[in-house]
Design a binder for this molecule. Structure first.
Ligand SMILES: Cc1cc2nc3c(=O)[nH]c(=O)nc-3n(C[C@H](O)[C@H](O)[C@H](O)COP(=O)(O)O)c2cc1C
Length: 367
């Protein structure tokens, strides 16, 4: 009894040291309540994946019920994502993360989108993407929000295990709910062909100066830089030595000779040893509504894989390079509109990959 009274006393003392007396008795003001409510959600959503880990999102809190999502034009990779499709997918994924995090408290996030068909990478300031509203919902929580923090990209070698039919069935059904088709293959020839096509395409794109320059902004070749900037592609997450990563982007002339290219091609292929599962997604992907919809789906799919300890590694360079996209589509006999083939990944089981850095919640909040 005496021990319990002591603990209660110690708790009050600690709170007293952190909060002014008024706060202990009156509770937080509406403005403080709004910040607490939204930061709980942003603490999850900041772990959302984004192409090149650019994390273009910023949030302005208006009230407990409303916050505005902005994007930072300086963070959009406009050379490799000219239509802004994949940046929009990323922002759609971020909204989905906020929604999944809110569901625990029977709240859903409803988005009212800015009337901007394509993101403006050249705008001088932050741009409004959507107004977000917290709305009560009786809907049950369908996804454990802790999976948002657990999910990671694995660019390591995989262990050769084929993913079970049950998991593939649940991924296929999920995609269907969003009007998309999830296709899957364990064909060894197709997998070998795709990995090699990806490596060759990466080498080809790195020959383009504007692409290399844009990528260079997001390449983190030291641990200090990765930690300090809290964004971008850290060499450790890319399963490549710091030296090779630096030389590839900043001394690319060293990769001109045929033998060096063959060596790099071979090395890149090697990092993907053990890949036994390939998947691609097709479906409507031609405007902002499609990109937001597929973003929500991609977040759900990735968390479903994480739930089963399945990793994935997007092979986006094939998709965004017209000649490689065409070669892959021809290889799989896809006859739909070229635009509809928009996502390609290898999937499987690997050792736990390193965790990439993230901006902190305070960096995402706008004053
Ligand atoms: C829409 C989208 C496309 C992506 N494309 C690629 C890709 O082509 N190659 C790649 O290695 N990673 C790709 N990624 C993975 C991101 O680089 C990764 O999510 C980011 O670096 C953060 O790391 P994490 O997923 O381990 O948290 C993509 C992610 C998203 C959301």
């Amino acid at each position: 009894m005496r021990r319990r009274a002591f603990i209660r006393g110690a708790g009050l003392l600690a709170a007293g040291m952190l909060l002014p007396i008024k706060k202990i008795f009156c509770g937080p003001t509406p403005a403080e309540e709004a910040i607490l409510t939204w930061t709980e959600l942003i603490d999850y959503a900041r772990w959302c994946p984004s192409p090149h880990n650019v994390q273009p999102w910023r949030m302005k809190i208006i009230s407990t019920a409303e916050a505005h999502l902005y994007y930072d034009p300086k963070r959009l990779p406009s050379v490799v994502d000219g239509t802004s499709a994949f940046s929009t997918v990323g922002l759609g994924m971020f909204i989905e993360c906020l929604d999944i995090a809110a569901r625990k408290n029977h709240i859903q996030i409803v988005a009212s989108h800015a009337n901007e068909p394509v993101l403006n990478a050249h705008a001088p300031d932050l741009q409004l993407f959507a107004k977000l509203y917290r709305v009560q919902t009786p809907a049950e929580i369908s996804v454990d929000r802790e999976l948002i923090k657990k999910r990671k990209t694995s660019r390591l070698s995989y262990d050769g295990k084929i993913i079970s039919e049950d998991i593939i069935r649940s991924l296929t059904a999920l995609a269907e709910k969003y009007g998309q088709q999830f296709s899957f293959s364990t064909d060894e020839d197709l997998i070998r062909y795709t990995i090699d096509l990806n490596s060759k395409t990466v080498l080809q794109r790195a020959d383009e100066e504007d692409t290399r320059k844009e990528m260079g902004q997001w390449i983190r070749t030291t641990d200090e830089e990765a930690k300090e900037k809290k964004d971008g592609l850290w060499y450790k997450c890319n399963n490549i030595s710091a030296n090779m990563f630096r030389n590839f982007f900043f001394h690319h002339e060293r990769f001109k000779s045929k033998w060096k290219r063959n060596f790099a091609n071979h090395k890149m292929n090697k990092t993907m040893d053990g890949t036994a599962n390939l998947a691609w997604i097709t479906g409507p992907f031609s405007n902002r509504a499609d990109w937001v919809n597929t973003g929500a789906m991609l977040q759900q799919l990735w968390l479903e894989m994480t739930k089963h300890d399945v990793y994935m590694h997007p092979l986006g360079t094939i998709v965004t390079t017209p000649s490689s996209s065409e070669a892959f589509r021809r290889r799989i006999g896809f006859n739909g509109p070229a635009n509809d083939f928009w996502f390609l990944v290898r999937m499987g089981y690997s050792k736990e990959p390193p965790r990439s850095f993230r901006l902190e919640t305070k960096d995402i909040l706008m004053s």
